[in-house]
Design a protein around this ligand. Structure first.
Ligand SMILES: [Fe+2]
Ligand SMILES: [Fe+2]
Length: 404
């Protein structure tokens, strides 16, 4: 155990002390408290070694928010095979399918649609998404126009995180394409790189030309992207991007696709979901075999713990603090008050529900949800998703219909 009870006690003491500090001090200390709390919860020293440095870069130094490009040191081996083996028929099939289903982000979407995010006839996001009256409890009563604006800002934030995640997916897919041990996997991977480039293109265009604002990357998303980009092991990249980030994003895309009445966004999300379903399917295929036949038990356990930590990071901490900062930073509404409202919002609960309903069966299917880790998932209320169908058992059409 690298983390002692004393560190854990220190983390909870810091969090209590934070609540008593003046607002300006809270703002400076909060990211450090977040980092200490996350690190203090890690049970496995190898997971700590893999996620710790990324937590410092993301949460304390906030490298994604410095207004300049971020350099991440990649360190992995390219896997050449001069025999060009046909070594994975299912991946080959996915490769063929992916070639047939390519689409053009600049001409295949109705970009001439007039998007008015405040048009009640075509509600871009229902106002029940965030429990807007929940702020009253803390002395903030929002009028009608403020409620609309806050809802639209939350959508901008959510789509911005999709966009930043897609940039991560673009580079991770490129790394995985050269590092994967199956030749058919490399061929398939190249189509995913193209898919992710298209996703970056369409999300950015939508935010830039229809919603006029892009939010900065969320610190916790930065941590996950940084961790998988800088890890030299190809399967960790796979796990991080194809299973965790893509798996969760797929749930989030489906929920938003179901909720929005704005036709351009609906069509954009539908197209992206069809691509993403392939990506997660690929991740499950590649990892199931690797994890169940190639890894030692110790290596498998490390990955099992890593996934649990990342799941918790994404579940508990994806709280739109960038929107809080823009709206309430410097006011008497504290970050924990904001978190309370977010946690008790119907729309956001639905988001989390669908995200984990997609993710947990995939973890089970690739061999990373064994009896050893189950009690931890049970404790945080995620085990109820255990019996769902994994990505290779469900089509994109079923996913769309399921979320509709
Ligand atoms: Fe994508
Ligand atoms: Fe993807």
């Amino acid at each position: 155990m690298i983390v002692t009870d004393a560190v854990r006690a220190g983390a909870s003491g810091l969090s209590r002390a934070l609540q008593r500090m003046p607002l300006s001090a809270q703002k400076k200390i909060a990211p450090i408290a977040d980092a200490v709390e996350i690190v203090s919860q890690m049970r496995d020293p190898r997971v700590f070694a893999a996620l710790g440095p990324s937590s410092v870069r993301g949460l304390i130094l906030q490298e994604g928010k410095q207004g300049r490009p971020t350099k991440m040191k990649a360190n992995h081996e390219a896997h050449f095979d001069w025999d060009y083996p046909a070594d994975h028929p299912k991946m080959r099939k996915l490769y063929e399918r992916a070639k047939q289903l390519q689409w053009n982000g600049s001409t295949d979407l109705p970009w001439d649609t007039d998007v008015d995010p405040y048009n009640p006839e075509r509600e871009i996001l229902p106002q029940t998404f965030l429990n807007l009256d929940g702020f009253r409890e803390f002395g903030y009563r929002l009028d009608k126009s403020e409620k609309q604006k806050l809802t639209v800002d939350l959508l901008r934030w959510q789509l911005s995180q999709f966009l930043h995640g897609e940039q991560g997916a673009l580079y991770a897919a490129a790394q995985v394409t050269e590092a994967v041990q199956f030749f058919d996997g490399s061929l398939y991977g190249a189509t995913q790189v193209m898919d992710e480039a298209r996703h970056v293109e369409v999300f950015h265009r939508y935010l830039d030309t229809k919603l006029d604002k892009v939010f900065e990357i969320n610190d916790n998303l930065f941590v996950v992207i940084d961790a998988l980009m800088t890890d030299g092991r190809w399967d960790m990249k796979f796990l991080g991007m194809q299973i965790m980030v893509e798996g969760l994003a797929l749930g989030a895309f489906s929920t938003l696709h179901k909720m929005t009445n704005e036709p351009l966004l609906k069509e954009l999300l539908k197209r992206v979901i069809q691509d993403e379903a392939r990506h997660v399917h690929y991740g499950v295929l590649a990892l199931r075999e690797h994890i169940t036949t190639q890894l030692t038990e110790r290596e498998r356990r490390e990955r099992e713990d890593w996934c649990f930590e990342v799941a918790i990071l994404m579940r508990n901490r994806f709280m739109a603090h960038e929107v809080y900062d823009a709206w309430f930073g410097g006011t008497s509404l504290r970050r924990q008050d904001w978190d309370h409202v977010v946690l008790h919002s119907t729309g956001l609960s639905e988001f989390r529900h669908v995200m984990f309903r997609r993710l947990v069966p995939n973890l089970r299917s690739i061999g990373l949800l064994t009896e050893r880790i189950m009690p931890h998932y049970e404790k945080v209320g995620l085990l109820k998703y255990m019996d769902g169908r994994a990505a290779d058992q469900i089509t994109a059409e079923e996913m769309l219909a399921d979320a509709a």
